[in-house]
Design a protein around this ligand. Structure first.
Ligand SMILES: Cc1cc2nc3c(=O)[nH]c(=O)nc-3n(C[C@H](O)[C@H](O)[C@H](O)COP(=O)(O)O)c2cc1C
Length: 173
C-alpha cells in the first residue's frame, strides 16, 4: 500500500496527548495541507486561528465546548474558520464543504507527521457559534467551523475497516 493510502486508512481521532510541543515546521505543514484543499470556485474561504495559549486550551475551550475536553492536555489547537461571503455574487455558498475538505487535509497531514488530531465540531451548533465568535474576536462575515486539537498521541488506536460494499450503488440507487 502506498504512503498516501496508508495515511488515509490508518487515521483515527486521537484524544489523549503527551505534553510535547508541536514544532513550528509541523504546524506550518498542517496549515499548508489545509490551504491545499479543493474549494468551489477556488474560493479558498478558510482562515485559521492557531491556539497554543495554555489558559485557552486548559480552561476556556473546555468551558465553551463540552466535547473538547481533550484540549486540557493538548499543546495545540487550530480553529478553522470560513468566510461566508460567496466568491461571486451569483455563486451558491459552498463554504461549509470547502472547510470540511480543509479540515480533513489538516488531520491527514498531522497523522502523516506522527501528530494525533481530533476534529471537534463548532459549526452549526447554535450554542457554540456565538461563544467561539466572541472569544476569538471573529469578524461578522467569518464563521468558526471546527476546532482541530493536536498533540503527540498518548494512545494507540486500532485501524478500523469501514468498507461496506452495500453502501455502493452502481449507475443509480
Ligand atoms: C463534523 C465532526 C464533528 C466532530 N465533533 C467531535 C467532537 O466535538 N468531539 C470529539 O471528541 N470528536 C468529534 N468528532 C470526531 C468523531 O467522533 C470521529 O471522527 C468518529 O467517531 C470516527 O472516529 P475516527 O475519527 O477515529 O475514525 C467529530 C467529527 C466530525 C467530522
Amino acid at each position: 500500500m502506498n504512503e498516501t493510502l496508508r495515511t488515509i486508512l490508518t487515521r483515527r481521532s486521537v484524544r489523549a496527548f503527551k505534553s510535547d510541543e508541536i514544532d513550528q515546521h509541523s504546524v506550518e505543514m498542517i496549515l499548508r495541507a489545509g490551504m491545499a484543499a479543493p474549494s468551489a470556485y477556488n474560493a479558498q474561504p478558510w482562515h485559521f486561528i492557531v491556539i497554543n495559549d495554555r489558559k485557552a486550551l486548559s480552561e476556556d475551550i473546555p468551558q465553551m465546548h463540552p466535547y473538547a475536553q481533550m484540549a486540557k492536555q493538548a499543546p495545540l489547537a487550530i480553529l478553522v474558520c470560513s468566510s461566508t461571503l460567496p466568491p461571486k455574487p451569483q455563486a451558491n455558498a459552498y463554504w461549509q464543504q470547502d472547510s470540511a475538505a480543509c479540515c480533513e487535509n489538516m488531520l491527514l497531514a498531522a497523522h502523516s507527521l506522527g501528530i494525533g488530531g481530533v476534529w471537534t465540531g463548532v459549526y452549526p451548533n447554535p450554542l457554540r457559534l456565538p461563544l467561539f465568535k466572541e472569544y476569538f474576536k471573529l469578524p461578522q462575515d467569518i464563521e468558526p467551523i471546527a476546532l482541530l486539537i493536536f498533540g503527540i498521541p498518548d494512545q494507540n488506536l486500532p485501524k478500523t475497516d469501514r468498507f461496506h460494499p452495500e453502501k455502493i450503488h452502481h449507475g443509480t440507487w
